[in-house]
Design a protein around this ligand. Structure first.
Ligand code: FES
Ligand SMILES: [Fe+2]
Length: 393
């Protein structure tokens, strides 16, 4: 049976995320048998200073995080016309709105009177307009200034010349991408159509945000990202949690511009399984996407994890973790499964992967290493650094 023809079982009534794009199906069919797969040996190093030097952090900020489109949040966080969300993760105060026609816009969250944040809370909410808490200047969701209390006391004030400062913004595949430089050209040509197609096939744009958690980490953003680019650590770091579900084998790696996709067979994977009845493809394979520069999407059988990793300093970062499900749980079995999954994934990512990033940062800060070294099961990391470094020139 073709992968796309697979039906979810009638019982238990759980919404498996088993819709896939043609490209995903081709990649899954290219996964080798475990016993036939030999990881390559590679020789790859990077200077340890890429994780510790302030100059390197400044370069990444200037050339990547302030110059290129970055995912800021999910479409699912602004689900309907009138949705408003303030966001501060990248160190730039933002407010995002979805207007009555469904268009998402991004603004600097700074009132054009004297700069106060217009929206203080970073909780998503509905609003017909944005009212500054300081003197109540009022903006439409398209950023236009519509109301100034006691306007007669401002000689010559033309409201039409003081809209909120807008940033280039584009919604693609369920992610909201913003260029954090208000003077930048709205160039979104670096986004991947294939990523958008895969994410749409997986229904990310209409997914339900079952869980959201913000992490503040004492680690360079690349140390937080690295474990999501390799399978080498999984059987070791995660030995007590999920390690026995995954095999140490090469995966199918595809690059789409600056973005990369890795699809791997879990411990129970065998190509023959694709010829039989596959109840849920995500039981036997894992998709791991890196939306450049630092957003990770990982599939699990009944949910999708999205992590937006945001540098806040040379050795600090924030992560917005989202657990997406096809819809809200609509029966006790689903509620229990989602609740247990959320608890497990926060433990695995929060206390295992993120802890590994923080203890690596501590070791690197000691100056003990001149270089870090990567093996064949980690090949996607130095390849990612080549893509990143190419953006510096
Ligand atoms: S700073 Fe916003 S109304 Fe005064
Ligand atoms: Fe991990």
């Amino acid at each position: 049976m073709a992968v796309t023809d697979v039906q979810t079982p009638a019982r238990p009534r759980l919404a498996a995320l088993d819709t896939l794009s043609e490209s995903q199906i081709r990649a899954i069919r290219a996964i080798p048998r475990h016993d036939a797969a030999v990881p390559p040996a590679i020789e790859a190093c990077r200077s340890a200073s890429i994780f510790t030097a302030d100059e390197r952090h400044a370069l990444e900020q200037a050339k990547v995080f302030r110059a290129l489109p970055v995912p800021v949040t999910l479409s699912a966080r602004l689900p309907e016309p009138g949705s408003v969300l303030a966001h501060d993760g990248y160190g730039v105060p933002l407010v995002l709105t979805r207007d009555k026609d469904g268009q998402v816009r991004a603004f600097l969250n700074a009132c054009q009177h004297k700069g106060s944040k217009v929206v203080e809370s970073c909780e998503p909410h509905m609003a017909g307009r944005l009212v500054c808490p300081y003197h109540a200047w009022t903006y439409r969701l398209d950023g236009q200034l519509m109301g100034v209390p006691r306007q007669e006391t401002f000689a010559g004030l033309d409201k039409s010349t003081r809209p909120l400062a807008q940033l280039p913004c584009k919604e693609s595949g369920g992610l909201i991408w913003v260029i954090l430089d208000r003077h930048a050209k709205a160039d979104f040509s670096s986004l991947s159509d294939q990523f958008a197609a895969d994410f749409e096939a997986m229904e990310i744009p209409t997914a339900h945000v079952y869980g959201y958690k913000r992490f503040d980490l004492k680690a360079n953003w690349k140390l937080v990202l690295e474990p999501f680019l390799e399978g080498y650590h999984v059987q070791r770091l995660h030995a007590q949690s999920i390690g026995d579900m995954f095999a140490d084998v090469p995966n199918v790696y595809d690059r789409f511009g600056r973005h990369t996709r890795q699809i791997s067979g879990k411990m129970n994977f065998s190509p023959d399984l694709l010829e039989g009845e596959v109840k849920n493809i995500h039981d036997i394979v894992t998709h791991a996407y890196l939306a450049f520069p630092s957003t990770v999407v990982v599939t699990s059988p009944y949910y999708i994890s999205v992590m937006i990793i945001m540098p806040t300093g040379t050795t600090s970062s924030k992560v917005d973790y989202f657990m997406l499900t096809r819809g809200p749980p609509d029966n006790p079995k689903a509620e229990s499964l989602y609740a247990r999954s959320y608890e497990l994934i926060l433990k695995v990512f929060g206390t295992e992967d993120f802890r590994a990033a923080e203890i690596s940062q501590e070791g690197l800060n000691s100056g003990a290493l001149d270089t870090v070294v990567y093996g064949g099961l980690e090949h996607a990391i130095p390849e990612f650094y080549e893509i990143l470094e190419a953006a510096f020139v």
